[in-house]
Design a binder for this molecule. Structure first.
Ligand SMILES: [Zn+2]
Ligand SMILES: [Zn+2]
Length: 379
């Protein structure tokens, strides 16, 4: 049977980029990988075919020769065999993330460091302004005490892996190319557990809870991270733990709004104070009373800047400002004296105003005097 076109094998085109080719290869290699298709000879052939095609097309020089002369052009070139050393690592890089199962980058077969953990930590805006200590409990993996993390039932030992003969690596031969790969049967350890430990079911890890006191510095904002090195999941015996990272989330405040280091709020000012000016007392986010001298004739929506009364900078340095938006309050419940004064004010302004509104008592008096129209007395 004639050799298939490499582009066709990877389902890409002659104009496909290196990234597209790699993507196509990863997908096909995963699909046809011998570990996923044990005993399936056809999958093995396909796997070798896609790997060979990728080995050529990922290399601009070989791809160029292939484009110009086809398979015949490549026949004269040094195909590689074990010479294609670079591909081993590449292959592991490409597939490690699919078959390795977490753990990230590591030495082949070496002890794996623990995974990093991330947890969200909610605080309110006042806590963000002052800084706070929070006791947090997070789930994380610990080494199993019964088996010491080995996963074998105490008193038993793991057996040598049969697939790799205890080497932790297997060599896949694909015609002119051989690829060394971490053994997936034993995950590169060279040993398999035949009699698993009870409490951890052979995993070597158990779920546990870790409680920490987290120190949150003043000025933090949503999205800031606080990292504790070595407080993540346990690694393999002898390998370091992962890290634990808290991601800060600051709740909205009902009155103060944050804008970077500045705080914004609205503040009610009486009608008379806005007109005459004078001291107003403003309470800041942290409860501090600040007296500000309001200028005469302050309008609603004017903004007062209280320098240094915003959020602190977690890296030190200048604090933000508090921007106070004035809201002039139109009085609604007037005392008799206030009403008199407003009427006098209206007269001075030459503003015509209707007569005094009758209150509830006025209406009752009218009813008793029989002046009220009959209709309003109804049911
Ligand atoms: Zn155990
Ligand atoms: Zn093995």
């Amino acid at each position: 049977m004639a050799k298939r076109d490499y582009y066709e094998v990877l389902s890409v085109t002659r104009t496909s980029t290196e990234v597209e080719i790699t993507k196509a290869y990863r997908k096909l290699a995963m699909q046809h990988h011998p570990d996923r298709n044990a005993g399936d000879a056809e999958a093995e052939v396909r796997f070798k075919e896609v790997t060979e095609a990728y080995e050529i097309l990922r290399d601009p020089q070989k791809r160029g020769v292939y484009d110009r002369h086809g398979h015949a052009g490549l026949a004269g070139m040094n195909g590689g065999g074990s010479g294609a050393g670079g591909l081993h690592d590449l292959f592991d890089d490409l597939l490690g993330s699919f078959f390795g199962g977490g753990g990230g980058r590591r030495n082949r077969g070496g002890p794996r460091p623990g995974r990093d953990i991330q947890a969200v930590l909610d605080i309110d805006l006042v806590e963000a302004a002052t800084g706070v200590k929070k006791t947090q409990t997070v789930p994380r993996e610990e080494l199993c005490r019964d088996c010491g993390g080995g996963g074998a039932r105490p008193g038993t030992k793991p057996a040598a892996c049969r697939r790799c003969g205890g080497q932790g690596v297997v060599v896949l031969n694909q015609g002119f190319l051989s690829v060394q790969q971490t053994c997936r049967a034993c995950d590169g350890k060279g040993q398999v557990i035949t009699d698993p430990c009870g409490p951890c079911r052979g995993r070597g890890r158990v779920e546990a809870r870790r409680t920490l006191e987290v120190e949150i510095p003043a000025g933090v904002d949503t999205g800031n991270r606080i990292r504790y090195a070595g407080e993540g999941d346990a690694g393999d015996p002898g390998a370091p733990r992962g890290d634990l990272e808290f991601v800060i989330r600051v709740r909205e405040h009902k009155f103060f709004h944050r804008d970077g280091h500045n705080l914004l709020c609205a503040w009610p000012v009486s009608f008379a104070r806005a007109a005459l000016g004078g001291p107003v007392e403003i309470t800041t986010l942290t409860g501090q009373k600040v007296v500000h001298d309001l200028p005469r004739g302050t309008q609603t929506d004017e903004v007062i800047r209280l320098a240094g009364h915003g959020m602190p900078n977690p890296r030190g340095g200048r604090k933000g400002d508090l921007l106070v938006q004035v809201v002039v309050q139109t009085p609604t419940q007037l005392t008799a004296e206030q009403e008199q004064l407003f009427r006098r004010l209206a007269e001075l302004e030459n503003t015509p105003v209707p007569g005094p509104k009758k209150g509830l008592f006025g209406k009752l008096k009218d009813m008793i005097a029989g002046e009220d129209p009959a209709g309003e007395r109804g049911a």
